[in-house]
Ligand binder design. Sequence first.
Ligand SMILES: C[S@@+](CC[C@H](N)C(=O)[O-])C[C@H]1O[C@@H](n2cnc3c(N)ncnc32)[C@H](O)[C@@H]1O
Length: 275
Amino acid sequence: MSTLETITRENLWGKSEALDYMGRRHLDTTCPPLKSYLYPGARVLDMGCGPGAMTLEVAGLVYPGSVTGIDLQEMAVAYARRLAEAAQISNVSFAVGDAQHLDLADASFDLTYALNMVDYLPDPVQALREYKRVTVPGGRVVTTLANAEGRISYPAYPAWETYRKPNGKERDNSLGRKFMALYSEAGFTDIKVEAYSPPEMCVYPGAPLFESWYNVTKILMDPEGPDGANLKARIAAGSLSMELLLQAQRDLDAWYQHPHAFNASIIFLASGRVP
Ligand SMILES: C[S@@+](CC[C@H](N)C(=O)[O-])C[C@H]1O[C@@H](n2cnc3c(N)ncnc32)[C@H](O)[C@@H]1O
């Protein structure tokens, strides 16, 4: 994904910039294919809802159905509740909870989705089984994951790949490509997978989100920014040098100033039917 991949679990909502950035996301720019799974009257669960902006859009699309948003982070849930209150949307509720141990009854939802979050979990198959348990037989569980093998960009920025390793560790960059296997192991039927590059991640000069992409990427490279604690810890541990970070910043600036700059990141969306 993306910028979001560089935000670690520990400090995701530690600074308001990250919360505000994600609190402004829209289905049309982040996850257009989700809309085809929504219908009026559906009872929907949004796992790892974050600050809830897209959850509220879903509430509008499934009305008179309803949406429940759950996230591990209290700060994100509090933000989501404020957004819902401000927009006076009543068919949505938010709660703090752990995706792997949901305090929800069996078969409570027609659709469960989790955008950009199953790679945060130590056991994604166990989480998928839990999503299956709370979804009605015949209902669907939809999840998305970014292709973590790096962005496709022109001009390339060589320092980027090294800079972006969260906490200096290699990610399991093969999780999205294993969606068929993960869903199958979790016991789903009629499994479908698609790949797309949403507008927020397919940018070039003149594209609506070009500036926003550059700005959020830049602040995530700032040791005083929302990902600063992670960057400083990596520098202290020796897994990232200040020299490399500065080179990555220069590479990003050169990319941004290039008249024909281009970036695309690929997202995988998987969907399975509950038997
Ligand atoms: C990258 S964000 C995605 C947020 C939102 N779905 C979106 O696409 O904008 C991942 C979210 O998963 C949440 N999360 C991580 N582990 C979780 C868990 N075990 N249970 C519930 N939420 C979790 C994080 O707090 C964060 O809000």
